[in-house]
Design a protein around this ligand. Structure first.
Ligand SMILES: [Zn+2]
Length: 172
């Protein structure tokens, strides 16, 4: 069997009918896994034998560490994609608000923070919106202004995000 598709029959071999999108009756996936492990690694200490076969266990790799490493990695990938989409969506949303002529969006990894206002000459935003992805997955900060910012004003606004590793996009 190369590809797996739900067939309407439980994969454990019990021949029960299941829903069109299911592989197992509830609980039968766990039973199937236990049966397969025992068949392939012997009835005694089958899980430990199975782990040892893959190099896990005392004196070998830590299954828990390995699992958490892979989980964290896939979350970072997920968060980066989500952040990019969120930045795009936020820029659209902010620039489309009534009375907003210029939207500025700053996107940074981790939990980014704004620096204090450096100068009274900095233009005051009419609307602000900050979104943090959970688990330090990144930050999107959006500001909306009631006029199109001059080059100089944009530079002042940029200072608020100074020194942080991030990207900046604007829309008028
Ligand atoms: Zn079954």
């Amino acid at each position: 069997m190369n590809s797996i598709e739900p067939t309407g029959q439980c994969y454990c071999g019990c021949k029960s009918a299941v829903g069109a999108t299911s592989y197992f009756l509830p609980g039968h996936d766990k039973k199937a896994e236990a049966m397969l492990t025992k068949l392939q690694h012997g009835p005694d200490n089958a899980v430990a034998r199975r782990l040892a076969r893959s190099g896990f266990g005392p004196g070998g790799k830590s299954l828990l560490d390995e699992y958490q490493r892979v989980e964290a990695m896939s979350y970072a990938d997920f968060a980066a994609q989500r952040l990019e989409f969120l930045a795009f969506q936020t820029l659209q949303e902010m620039s489309g608000r009534p009375g907003i002529s210029h939207a500025v969006v700053f996107t940074a990894p981790g939990n980014a923070r704004l620096l204090p206002t450096a100068t009274p000459a900095e233009p005051a935003p009419k609307a602000m919106n900050t979104t943090n992805l959970p688990l330090g997955g990144g930050t999107v900060i959006a500001w909306g202004f009631d006029h199109v910012l001059s080059e100089e004003e944009q530079n002042l606004v940029r200072l608020r995000f100074g020194g942080q590793d991030g990207t900046w996009s604007t829309r008028t």
